[in-house]
Design a protein around this ligand. Structure first.
Ligand code: SF4
Length: 443
């Protein structure tokens, strides 16, 4: 099962036709979703009677992958990281798994299955069960339920904005979203010299367990669907009015732990002309998920790649990032070289400078030696404080000395401006709860 926001334009046309509607209605809905419409009532070029029908009972699509339910990674088991990083396990299967069978969640007594292609238009009806019935049915089948009171009226699958937190120090704005099943996810709008960048989450929680990050693994709930990722961009653009010109998948979650949905999201973003973010304006950030890097290298897409390195050697990196115990720095760098070779795109290595841990002159020299000759750039980030760790950023003089040492070693390096730290919107500070302590998952 998946949501309308998860569909490509062609899938939406097919859905419309299978629902007994002309294909152009699908294109109209597709366009509205790109503009951030959270409910059918906003789609003013669609007849009121049809909007009303869609509002009251949305059709859902069954049988294709890329869905939130199948994308959910149970964190149970002794080695969640192994499960998360093993070959072929990344995310929901087969997002482009061909034509979906359309099935209405028919209300008791509903007369027609919109999925029946022979259904005459005049007999098409939409309907959905009440909240309790639907949740019961979903849990009985193990499927995700695609509608309900938590979704903004007659929802399209776009998560609803649950909070807006503008920084008082800069123009950064953090957005909290509530998904259809009550998860809270966070996104950030940042202003740079080149324009506005939206940073979106790929999972509700994260299983990677990086020591400096507020997205605690214990709170992992599930992976997000492509539409839930797209919805963050569309809703931020709409709510802020800002011309978002770049998107980074650098919020909560490891995107390659949700590979298929992330790739479908990239395709949707590219296709939605209203949003205007092609592959080149998208950057995916990974903590070092090597199978994901290799797989993306083989896609032939000019997507930017950012890799959280944070250490010059395995000893330090393994102490900060459990994934390094599975994929060593040597293997990771090798995978990154393959990526640059395949895409001709420069990789950005993120390096959070942590006082007394990875900020020594020796670390800088070791890092420069490791990266020499690569098509890359190092982004130094004085670590941001979180409730979860005692890590503190080094003094500014140490940060500057580290950057200079990298440059002397032939590595391009910049120091990232701290944006949005006062609203916990900076790197490593995002979490799946509302500010004030309300839990995010399982509400
Ligand atoms: S830094 Fe990224 S990959 Fe690591 S725990 Fe946090 S969200 Fe997950």
């Amino acid at each position: 099962m998946r949501f309308l926001a998860d569909m490509s334009k062609a899938e939406m046309e097919s859905w419309a036709e299978r629902s007994g509607l002309p294909a152009y209605r699908g294109r109209q809905i597709f366009s509205w979703i790109g503009r951030g419409a959270a409910c059918f009532g906003e789609m003013t070029d669609i007849p009121a009677s049809l909007r009303d029908a869609l509002e009251r009972g949305r059709a859902t699509v069954a049988g294709a992958g890329g869905e939130a339910g199948a994308g959910a990674h149970g964190a149970a088991g002794a080695d969640a990281l192994d499960a998360a990083t093993g070959a072929g396990d990344s995310g929901a299967p087969g997002a482009a798994a061909g034509a979906a069978g359309v099935a209405a969640m028919a209300a008791p007594g509903a007369s027609v299955d919109p999925g029946a292609s022979a259904a005459p238009k005049s007999n098409v009806s939409f309907g959905w069960p009440g909240l309790a019935d639907a949740r019961g049915a979903a849990s009985a089948t193990g499927a995700a339920w695609a509608g309900g009171a938590d979704v903004a009226a007659g929802g399209t699958g776009i998560p609803a904005i649950a909070g807006v937190y503008p920084s008082r120090r800069d123009e950064t704005v953090k957005y909290a979203f509530r998904t259809w099943d009550g998860n809270i996810i966070e996104s950030v709008l940042m202003k740079y010299r080149h324009g506005y960048t939206a940073c979106v989450s790929s999972q509700a929680g994260c299983r990677m367990g990086c020591a400096f990050c507020a997205s605690v693994p214990a709170a992992f709930s599930r992976s997000l669907s492509p539409g839930e990722m797209l919805g963050q961009v569309a809703a931020i653009g709409r709510a802020s009015g800002a011309p978002v010109s770049r998107v980074v998948v650098m919020g909560i979650g490891e995107p390659f732990d949700n590979y298929d949905s992330t790739l479908k999201f990239a395709a949707l973003l590219h296709e939605h002309g209203e949003i205007g973010i092609g592959y080149r304006k998208l950057t995916i950030s990974t903590c070092g998920h090597l199978p994901g890097i290799r797989r993306l290298a083989g896609e032939g897409l000019p997507i930017g790649l950012s890799v959280s390195l944070h250490a010059p050697n395995d000893a330090i990196r393994s102490s900060l990032m459990p994934i390094n115990r599975k994929y060593s720095i040597d293997k990771l760098i090798e995978g990154c070289k393959i990526y640059t070779y395949a895409t001709k795109r420069r990789i950005t290595f993120e390096y959070a400078l942590i006082g007394g841990v990875n900020d020594s002159p020796g670390s800088a020299r070791e890092l420069a030696g490791r990266l020499r000759g690569m098509l890359c750039h190092v982004n130094l980030i004085p670590v941001n404080r979180t409730e979860r760790s005692a890590f503190a950023p080094p003094p500014g003089s140490v940060v500057s000395a580290f950057a200079d040492a990298l440059r002397r070693g032939g590595i391009e390096a910049t120091v990232r401006r701290e944006l949005g730290a006062d609203v916990m919107a900076a790197c490593g500070q995002l979490r799946n709860s509302l500010p004030g302590g309300a839990p995010g998952n399982g509400l």
